[in-house]
Ligand binder design. Structure first.
Ligand SMILES: Nc1nc2c(ncn2[C@@H]2O[C@H](COP(=O)(O)OP(=O)(O)OP(=O)(O)O)[C@@H](O)[C@H]2O)c(=O)[nH]1
Ligand SMILES: [Mg+2]
Length: 340
């Protein structure tokens, strides 16, 4: 499918029609370029990016979208490597994406260490894309949604979306995926207190990682503790009772039971109709977040607002103006048409 066409060298990466064609043909190099266009912050790329996504959207939606979170070091990348390999060996196409809320600050990327996915990245059925950097989490989230659309249009069966467990990003990822996995490690006895209840309530499946060697017994004990805790928590998914499994990504044990659990989740959800209902709700959330982002951008770049903001902020900071009046004045400046 990857046969280069004679015109290839003439095709600019900004030509959305040519890119869409390449993506739909399953060409991973073209998919990479399409994502680069989607992730571009340049104003001049926005129209091309919008056209590209519009062309790909009708071909999306067939993949299983899996969110994967856990604290740094929980074993997310190693798990994705093992799980991704398991799926590839069954002839499935796997795309790995990352959402990293910290990338704005550090300019780093949670998948800078592709070394953890060395075997998977060598598979012809896999596609690994590190987190986009730059922009707010909102901006990153918008791009990630569109990147997911592109991967689905390219024919990937599984989308594995890694995010680091720091709070805000989980809710964002949960709003984009069908099933959400929380990876947990054994160790500190008070671990359970460290995990925010809110994050646990987003997860459909809890996985205690590193269930191997000396850690085996501790992993089983932790699994039992977590099962008890789950009794008191709400499920994020109607008709599904969250479960706790253990696995060793290094030894490759229980990866198959995780895949089977995902499959029974998918089948049950499709039968009950919840699978598509969730996706419909997510589309509506997507619309709202696009509107919010766009409004915020117009607000912040509005000349009157931009001119008054530093003065008003200064007044608030020295108690010369109260926050409510400050907000009202800025919103009033935003509502008036710009005079030239
Ligand atoms: N024994 C054992 N070690 C593991 C296993 N999975 C991961 N590790 C080790 O745990 C450490 C962290 O693994 P990563 O996969 O990088 O963890 P991560 O959650 O992706 O970490 P961040 O990307 O920093 O958030 C590494 O040293 C791994 O070798 C496992 O199944 N068994
Ligand atoms: Mg990682």
């Amino acid at each position: 499918m990857n046969t280069p066409t004679p015109q290839k060298s003439l095709v600019s990466r900004h030509d959305p029609d040519a890119l869409a064609e390449g993506v739909l043909a399953g060409n991973s190099a073209q998919l990479g370029r399409a994502i680069t266009l989607i992730e571009s912050n340049a104003k001049r790329d926005q129209e091309a990016s919008r056209r590209l996504v519009a062309k790909l959207l009708p071909h999306s939606g067939k993949a299983i979208r899996v969110g994967i979170t856990g604290v740094p070091g929980a074993g997310k990348s190693t798990f994705i490597e093992a799980f991704g390999m398991y799926l590839c060996k069954r002839g499935l196409k796997v795309a790995v994406l990352a959402i990293d809320p910290s990338s704005t600050i550090s300019k780093g990327s949670i998948m800078g260490d592709k070394t953890r996915m060395e075997e998977l990245s060598g598979q012809k059925n896999s596609f690994i894309r590190p987190s986009p950097s730059g922009g707010t989490l909102g901006g990153v989230a918008r791009k990630s949604r569109e990147t997911m659309i592109a991967c689905e249009a390219a024919g990937y069966d599984f989308l594995l979306i890694e995010t680091v467990g720091v709070g805000q990003s989980e809710t964002t990822v949960r709003s984009m995926v069908d099933i959400f996995l929380l990876l947990l490690i054994t160790g500190a006895g008070d671990d359970l207190q460290g995990i925010k209840r809110g994050i646990m309530e987003l997860a459909d499946l809890l996985i205690v990682t590193k269930d191997d060697g000396d850690n085996h017994q501790a992993a089983l004990t932790h699994q039992q503790e977590l099962k008890m805790v789950l009794h008191y928590l709400q499920s994020p998914t109607p008709g599904w009772k969250p479960q706790v499994l253990t696995c060793s990504a290094v030894e490759g044990t229980h990866i198959d039971s995780i895949e089977q659990t995902l499959e029974s989740f998918r089948v049950g959800q499709i039968e009950s109709g919840e699978w598509y209902q969730r996706r419909r709700r997510q589309s509506l959330q997507w619309v709202r977040s696009l509107v919010h982002e766009s409004l915020l951008e117009s607000f912040e770049t509005h000349p009157d607002v931009a001119a008054r903001l530093p003065i008003i902020e200064q007044k608030v900071s020295i108690d010369r103006m109260d926050p409510v009046s400050a907000a009202q004045q800025l919103l009033a400046a935003f509502s008036f048409p710009v005079e030239n």
